[in-house]
Design a protein around this ligand. Sequence first.
Ligand SMILES: [Zn+2]
Length: 311
Amino acid sequence: MDTATVARALAGSSPPAYPRPPNCYLCGSEKMALRFAARAGPTPDRMFCCTSFGHRAHGPIWGCGSCGLLFQWPLPETTALLAAYGAVEDPLYLAEKENRYLTFRKALGLLGPAAGRRLLDVGAYCGYFVDVAREAGFDAEGIELSRWAVGQARQLGLSVRNESIEERARTGVRYDVITMWDVIEHLRDPRRELEACSRLLRPGGRLHVSTVDAGSLVARFLGKRWPWLMDMHLVYFDRATLPVLLAQTGFRVLSRRTYTHTVSAEYLTSKLAASFPPLSSLLGALRRVVPARLPVPVNLGDNMVVSAERI
Ligand SMILES: [Zn+2]
């Protein structure tokens, strides 16, 4: 059963009787507590889009009383998840191309000199980061599940394959740098995927992972109103829990920083209206006076990037 079905089936039932996770994905503790009850889901056809507006609609989210990890439970079936991501088509993402490039050019500063280093972008989507890295002098390629997004990347002449990370790891190739921008929170089994990253990196190679930070002040202040609680986000790390998983999978953490996204004023106000419906009329008024394409850097401290070295 997928999490959206669970959310829809259980929304309104009182008291909710959710299936309990047996133990914590990260530390194995049995001290599990329901942190956020399920909320009714978005339109299913856009649920897995990068630009999904299905904020605050999700299955039951549990917290570990020992390590603090938050995760959805029950999880969608692997085959259903792979099929959903494989079928994603997201034209709205193309409209934000210029701002994605601004976001990625800023992120590129974390990677150090290119010097022809071989880079793999995992979950490359339409290939925009691969393009930015290639411009900077990396020998850059990507992998991506969405067949539509791979087609977009190939139209730009980029090397992006329709492959999973485990399929890539089985080829025996080695990279100097792996990037995963806003991908890990979508994974059903992130440990398995980081282990594959470890096999794909040469010793001393670097991994850069960005994700939402469930321990940030904004996340804690907003609680169940935090917009990143979404159906497609299955695991919610923070500055303590992600390094634990990285240590379990053969990495040493080098730095933890906040991550800045640049979006258009139109996109930002639409996202805010979807996340906070009471603000809709105010945001509508704002949209009439602010240029729609105006790039707006957004950093509320609830997105982080963790950089690590393959031991
Ligand atoms: Zn735990």
